[in-house]
Ligand binder design. Sequence first.
Ligand code: SF4
Length: 492
Amino acid sequence: MGHIFRDAGIKKEVIDIMEKEEVKKIKEWMNTEEYKEKNFNRQAIVINPERACQPLGAVLCAVGFENTMSFVHGSHGCVAYYRNNLSRHFREPLAAVSTSLTEDGAVFGGQANAFEGFKNAADLYKPKMFAISTTCMSEIIGDDLGSIVANAREKGRLAEDILAPYANTPSFVGSQLEGYDNMLNAIIEGIAKKPEAGMEKTDVINIIPGFDTTLGNINEIKRILKIFGAKFLVLADYSNTLDYPLNGEYKMYPEGATKLEDVKTCANNKATIALQRYSTKKTVATLSEKLGQDARVVKSPIGINYTDDFLMTVSEISRLEIPKELEDERGKAIDCMTDAQQYIHGKKFAVFGDPDLLVGLVSYLLEMGGIPKYVLCSNGNEEFKKEIEDLFENYSASEGEVYIDKDLWHLRSLLMTDKADMLIGPSHGKFAARDAGIPHIRVGYPIFDRVNIHRYPLYGYTGVINLTTWIVNKFLDILDDTSDDAHFELLR
Ligand code: SF4
């Protein structure tokens, strides 16, 4: 704009003032209802959606299996993104290889690169399994993974003793949730054996965490099952591989991941409990429809009600009584909620992130008397929307609004025109929270700007105490930081 004024012979100082005022005017207009309406009518572009692409979910899933190397058929830049993104969240190294497709691959197909990749990665990293996924590029070329793997076997480029389940993970549909599901489904379909008719089931319960980057959740579920005395198998267990001890020794494949032998027999286990709905649909269908499993999905056990449901499901499947130790934990969590309820009751929250996490968080906030005013899910669908609306109805939460397929620029408009008291969600929300001048509690994926949050469970009665502590103490910190002398109290 400056050059127009300059051409008209207007002095530089005057131009600077005019420009600053224009910028100020536009900035203020961006916080208005008028702008919000335009923003919500936006069709052509997405600005900062809270979602990642499919292969990222596939790569995370692969880390949960013993001696498994993620083998991504596509551009190496994409793989650098998944590794970098996941490493920043967990603050751990994360290995994955790519077939480094470039222009040649786009023209002639990527089979030659895949052949070379299988050979090099097997020689260098000696995996027991390649978990093969795709990126936008190989999907657009139309490479047929099944043929590539079969041809590689036939031509001796892929050794017979290396398992190679493969999943198409096109990034232009779905999100990291579908990518996780596609990969886990491919691994189970590719390895698990259908039990023979009349074969006796084991006592083991399969647990599928879903795309869950809060490692504390997986550890909490294991702890609960151990207190129960139940036998269990976590399918895609990366709770240790992405949190292994720093002892000076680098391990490409740290211990603790799900053993491939256990995957082979998992369909013969007593039942499966999936802890997320939206990242396990295909896998649960395969287990129940193709492998004849009693495969169930529970709501992510966040808050009292959903934790109770999970414990009752475990009790029903295992025929074990809910142990007194867990009953006592429940009592302590209720005590904590009662002590803290006054600080959350009536407060308005904006929450965003992945759908299963949001269902759990909204349920917890409603249990505490909070008002989940804005619930925004970039990768949510109508089914998710209905789940949230049902929760609003059950608690008569008439102020709640749920948005699917919206991004964080939409969220900013909501917060700038009618504030919430707190934002809860991953790190990307910090810009909207700062503009709106409200506190931001980090939960979900990704968290790049706080440490250790992923180690603390949101699940179970322990999760209730953690969430309550973070939320209430944040409000109390603000109260202390902003009180004048007369109101700076010892007791809060
Ligand atoms: S969206 Fe496509 S191009 Fe971008 S990182 Fe994902 S796979 Fe690669």
